[in-house]
Design a protein around this ligand. Structure first.
Ligand code: SAH
Ligand code: SF4
Length: 427
């Protein structure tokens, strides 16, 4: 096996004092974790884990509650910190488990406060090179949105998406999805303790602060809009999002969690029933011929079927709308006729429309629509009664915007440039 070519960032760099790019230094050799992490286990799995190390049945429920609190409210990184648990049990837990999150390889902070973390995950086989994913935090005046990945790569091949050019490496486990939130909260000092001691908002963050802003959290929203198709890793995404929404833990309301799908029709209803989060659908075209080309999954689940399923998404109302994403591709899907057809198509569905300026990547045949065209397109949508915010790409200087994220690994960068979507879209 060749030496991993990824880079590491010193854990001592303080996010509060660092602006701009953080220097990267080579890491000697990647060490996959020796013991399993408790991060990402459901309460039932945590109960089993405790049973496996001999915790008596009568204590398990209470212990699970305690561990859950230390992990997801306080952000404990060591069993030592769990002071409400006996020393003996802490030592036993430490012998068998860790509280490890994905390893942070690099952190980059954009001038606009957007942050991007390059995270390392073990390969599936013990000697396989590690995988890398990225996770992006976008601070805004009234919220802070974290954009998570669900897979390393993607099996689908949308023609305008850089991730689509990569081969799928693997699905993420629930702990690796929840782990992205844990890492972000660690780096943003966004745990309860920080809120209680009134820690200052990290310098580069312009968003709400843990302690400084009426107790609001730095991370208030989650979008599954990073790398991968979340509905093709359904169980892991569901389990992770249920942990994120758990009121006794990370406690991000399901209304503030949005899952973006390219249109995996059978799993949309499942997402509604089993997760209950907000839905975003990557529409990008108003007729099947073009959508077949842009989003090839359309051949399997064409527009009509997709929209019928959307209509039945549970809990829809004017206050709970589906977001339709529409990437603006010059001369491809951006005519004013397309805008009118889009409005017609979505009639009767409580919808929001997000126009996403296309982010070009090396080798793509597409260009982003002219700004004037985007504005006129947006006007038609607005006049039809939809708010149609055009999202300003964020984090351009650190390549964190849509389709522009890239791995720091030399080898991966050619083939597997990451394409996380860093659009904050939830209200
Ligand atoms: N696989 C899911 C979620 C990840 S992609 C999906 O396709 O919905 C999140 C959003 O970013 C999607 O709407 C996707 O179409 C869009 N996107 C992908 N590449 C892009 C690019 N280069 N520029 C702008 N948006 C892009
Ligand atoms: Fe996969 Fe989404 Fe990219 Fe399509 S747009 S290739 S579904 S990540």
């Amino acid at each position: 096996m060749s030496e991993p070519q990824t880079m590491s960032v010193s854990a001592t760099i303080s996010p509060a004092t660092t602006a701009g790019l953080v220097e990267k230094t080579p890491l000697e050799r990647y060490q996959p974790p020796a013991k399993p992490s408790l991060v990402g286990l459901s309460r039932a799995q945590l109960t089993e884990a405790l049973a496996s190390i001999g915790v008596p049945a009568s204590q398990r429920k209470m212990r699970v509650q305690q561990i859950w609190h230390w992990l997801y409210v306080r952000g404990a990184r060591r069993f030592d910190a769990m002071t409400s648990i006996s020393k003996d049990l802490r030592a036993t837990l430490d012998q068998h488990f860790t509280l490890a999150r994905p390893e942070v390889v690099a952190e980059q902070i954009s001038a606009d406060g957007t942050r991007k973390w390059l995270l390392r995950l073990p390969g599936e086989q013990s000697l396989e090179r590690p995988h890398e994913i990225e996770c992006v935090y976008i601070p805004e005046a009234d919220r802070g949105t974290l954009c998570l990945s669900s897979q390393v790569g993607c099996t689908l091949a949308c023609s305008f998406c850089h991730t689509g050019t990569q081969r799928l490496v693997r699905n993420l486990a629930p702990g690796e999805i929840v782990g992205q939130i844990m890492v972000a909260r660690d780096r943003l000092d966004d745990w309860l303790a920080a809120a209680q001691r009134g820690t200052e908002i990290p310098a580069a963050s312009t968003a709400v602060g843990a302690g400084g802003n009426g107790g609001q959290r730095v991370i208030s929203n989650i979008v599954m809009m990073g790398m991968g198709e979340p509905l093709y890793n359904f169980e892991a995404v569901r389990d992770a999002l249920l942990i994120a929404a758990d009121g006794d833990g990370i406690a991000i309301s399901k209304r503030r969690i949005t899952l973006s799908t390219s249109g995996v029709v059978p799993n949309i209803a499942r997402a509604g029933a089993e997760i209950g989060c907000m839905l975003a659908v990557s529409l990008h075209a108003v007729h099947d011929e073009l959508r077949n080309e842009l989003v090839p999954l359309n051949r399997k689940y064409p527009i009509k079927e997709l929209l019928d399923t959307c209509r039945n998404y549970p809990g829809l109302s004017n206050a709970r709308r589906i977001t339709f994403e529409y990437v603006m591709l010059k001369g491809v899907n951006d005519s004013l006729g397309d805008a009118k057809a889009l409005v017609k198509l979505l009639k009767g569905i409580p919808a929001k429309i997000n126009l996403i300026p296309f982010n070009p990547w090396p080798g793509t045949k597409y260009e982003c629509s002219d700004w004037e065209r985007i504005e006129r397109f947006s006007e038609i949508i607005f006049n039809a009664g939809y708010a149609s915010p055009v999202r300003t790409p964020r984090g351009r200087d650190i390549l964190a915007a849509c389709g522009q994220l890239k791995s720091a690994s030399e080898k991966l960068s050619a083939r597997e440039r990451l394409a996380l979507r860093a659009m904050a879209m939830t209200d």
